[in-house]
Design a protein around this ligand. Structure first.
Ligand code: BES
Ligand code: ZN
Ligand code: ZN
Length: 492
């Protein structure tokens, strides 16, 4: 699907169909020409409700307001409504509201995210009939908008939405296809295509780095583990960020085996790593002025004669000893070593990690919300604001000194599970905190994406399966943080 901006008024653009929004159930807006017919068809203008009028070549879609979330969702619903037609050229105009830049981007994102179908394993592929969308550069109120600006926003949104779909594709792949070596190869291809530096560590490399926790998790898998370190290093970097991702291509639970109904969907346990790859892709294509390191720990958590066990004591890269009491709490073990690696090799200004870490986070916040945790209120605040501007949901879960005590071990420095059944998302983060050096405490942000990364039922513009959670919010946060750094610099 190609999306382009046209300087022509909407009426002069030729297309097979026009997408028109009904805003806030208000049918009296001057751009709604078929008021009576719409009523007759039972169209009430509910958010995401669509009504196609082939005679007048119009597709109406309801949006509750001109908020970017509603525009994104509405355009996704519109493109979906066309998925079984033969309509190939669509036109529309702008719905600008309070923040024009955000709404132009939301429109493009809605179209691209809404058109996504994962049909890799289907004999019959999705048709995607719409090949071209022309956006007339005027607000529906008739006000002209600057074409060059609209083009810039469109380009930005397209890059980010395609990177999100790239992450969705990686996560949706079956675990026997997307084995650790394959995911590492995908990272290598991304590095080649986007001019990134790329280091891949195999088992021997992990041993040389003393990653005893990571290696223990990988031991029973017949597929060798990988740690990938990608670097995007532009000339005018304003600061340096390390993004660390959990890449469990499968999580059976290990010897603390998951029950059958909890094991399905655990191919999605690589979502953190795939989000990091999506962010690297977007950041390098946008040419953002920030040095970004993507570090992903990739392995499987399996069973077997040589599997690591409850009661084992592991030694992580920083020398911390870990008592294993549950092999299903494996993500934090892989992350512990990967976080140590990131601090030692990158010495970043910000350290973010992405992981489908705990079922407890899903219980706490619901399936659609990312759990944000860390020591720095400012960082958590700026990130959650960026996330909401990008159309993603976050909720902050607070640390406290009582929960911290629950991961004490009698025999080692720390235990890999909490002694309580409550507060599991936070105690998991507090475990990670044991691997954050003092000088990075306030630079670190932990994102538990266990809920939104993979949902078995479609939600909003997200289809059933992988959503690409983490990509849009992180790119938005990086853009904002760069902007702030520039403003601070020019103020001095
Ligand atoms: N990958 C899971 C967490 C998860 C659960 C992700 C549901 C997505 C949906 C993680 O490795 C895990 O198994 N965590 C355990 C931790 C427990 C043993 C302390 C959990 O959440 O039950
Ligand atoms: Zn697990
Ligand atoms: Zn896991």
């Amino acid at each position: 699907m190609r999306i382009e901006i046209s300087p022509k008024p909407r009426s002069e653009i030729s297309a097979d169909m026009e997408i028109i929004c009904v805003v806030g159930k208000n049918f009296d807006h001057p751009w709604i020409e078929e008021k009576e017919t719409l009523k007759l068809m039972g169209f009430e203008g509910e958010q995401d409700q669509t009504c196609m009028l082939p005679g007048s070549a119009q597709l109406y879609v309801g949006v509750d307001s001109l908020h970017h979330d509603n525009i994104r969702s509405g355009y996704a619903a519109a493109i979906k409504a066309l998925s079984n037609t033969k309509i190939s050229h669509v036109k529309t105009g702008l719905y600008l509201g309070k923040c024009p830049a955000q709404n132009v981007k939301a429109m493009a994102e809605g179209l691209i995210l809404g058109d996504y179908v994962f049909d890799h394993y289907k004999s019959e592929k999705a048709k995607h009939p719409v090949k071209e969308v022309t956006i007339g550069c005027e607000d529906f109120n008739g006000k002209q908008y600057e074409c060059e600006k609209a083009k810039k926003h469109l380009e930005n949104a397209t890059t980010i939405a395609l990177a999100t779909n790239y992450t969705r594709n990686l996560v949706n792949m079956a675990p026997d296809d997307m084995i650790p070596e394959m995911l590492a190869l995908k990272a290598v291809s991304l590095a080649e295509e986007n001019g990134l530096e790329c280091i891949v560590l195999d088992e021997k490399g992990l041993e040389e780095e003393n990653m005893g926790a990571f290696l223990a998790v990988s031991r029973a898998s017949s597929h060798p583990p990988r740690l990938v370190h990608l670097t995007y290093k532009p000339e005018n970097a304003k600061f340096k960020v390390a993004l660390v991702g959990k890449g469990l291509t499968y999580d059976s639970g290990g010897l603390s085996l998951k029950p059958a109904e909890y094991m399905v969907t655990m191919k999605s346990d690589k979502s953190g790593a795939c989000a990091v790859l999506g962010i690297m892709k977007a950041v390098s294509e946008l040419g953002l002025d920030v040095e970004v390191h993507g570090i992903i720990g990739i392995t499987e958590n399996m069973i077997g004669g040589n599997a690591y066990k409850p009661d084992d004591i592991l030694t992580a890269k920083n020398g911390t000893t870990i008592e294993v009491r549950n092999t299903d709490a494996e993500g934090r073990l892989v992350l512990a070593d990967s976080l140590c690696y990131a601090q030692e090799k990158v010495q970043p200004d910000y350290l973010l990690d992405y992981a489908t870490l705990t079922g407890a986070c899903v219980v706490a916040l619901g399936e659609y919300t990312t759990g944000l945790m860390g020591h720095d209120r400012g960082l958590k605040h700026s990130f959650s604001k960026a996330a909401s501007n990008a159309g993603e949901l976050t909720g902050t879960l607070p640390f406290n000194r009582y929960l911290e005590k629950l991961i004490k071990s009698d025999i080692a420095d720390v235990c890999n599970i909490s002694s309580s059944r409550y507060g599991g998302a936070i105690t998991a983060a507090m475990f990670l905190d044991r691997f954050i050096e003092k000088e990075y405490k306030h630079k670190w942000l932990h994102l538990d994406i266990a809920g939104p990364a993979y949902v078995e039922k479609a939600w909003g513009y997200n289809p059933a399966g992988a959503s690409g959670a983490g990509v849009r919010m992180s790119v938005k946060w990086l853009e904002r943080t760069i902007k702030l750094a520039n403003e601070e610099r020019s103020a001095h």
